[in-house]
Design a protein around this ligand. Structure first.
Ligand code: FE2
Ligand code: FE2
Length: 183
């Protein structure tokens, strides 16, 4: 079970957990592989910077960045059972993006994270189907965080104009998938 320590927390302590990124980082470190953990920190940091620039709550951006890949290492059986129960249509989507949807239900139903903007941003971090500002920020931060070392101007554009940066990135992803097949 992931983030198992969370179950030992009292409800009052759970609130603190969501407000204390250091506690979350400790939990994440235990369940993510090293590169995935570092990627999550990097996404969180970039998301916070983009949020400050675009007048979005930076704490929410950091939280969504930290947690966006939280269910990346669920087994296929676990992911299928989550999706069958909560969101069956998503089983038609590529397996590589299931973790975006399972994270939403995992965080909401089991870890009692109820911030809809954060949950929505995590849900759409792979499909880019939400135009909420926080969701666009997480989509961009996930794909252009500094550890990926992609310097194609899209991130600069996103800092200047979130909507244009998001549109340019979606186009870039679409072209990539057309060339290399689906993920
Ligand atoms: Fe992801
Ligand atoms: Fe990611």
């Amino acid at each position: 079970m992931i983030l198992a320590d969370f179950y030992k927390l009292e409800p009052k302590e759970r609130l603190v957990y969501w407000q204390e990124p250091d506690l979350l980082k400790e939990g994440l470190k235990k369940i993510l592989k090293k590169e995935r953990y570092e990627h999550s920190l990097s996404v969180a940091g970039l998301a916070r910077d983009l949020a400050v620039k675009h007048h979005v709550d930076p704490k929410k951006a950091y939280l969504a960045g930290l947690l966006h890949d939280v269910t990346k290492y669920l087994s296929e059986e676990e992911a299928i059972s989550y999706l069958k129960y909560y969101d069956e249509d998503k089983l038609e989507y590529p397996k590589a993006i299931w973790h975006s949807y399972t994270a939403y239900y995992y965080l909401k139903e089991h870890l009692h994270l109820y911030d809809q903007a954060v949950l929505n941003a995590i849900y759409h971090h792979s499909d880019g189907e939400s135009r909420a500002k926080l969701a666009m920020i997480i989509y961009i931060a996930d794909k252009r965080e500094p550890l990926r070392k992609i310097d194609d101007g899209i991130l600069d554009l996103a800092f200047k104009d979130l909507y244009q940066g998001f549109a340019a990135l979606k186009l870039d992803v679409k072209e990539y998938l057309a060339k290399h097949g689906n993920i």
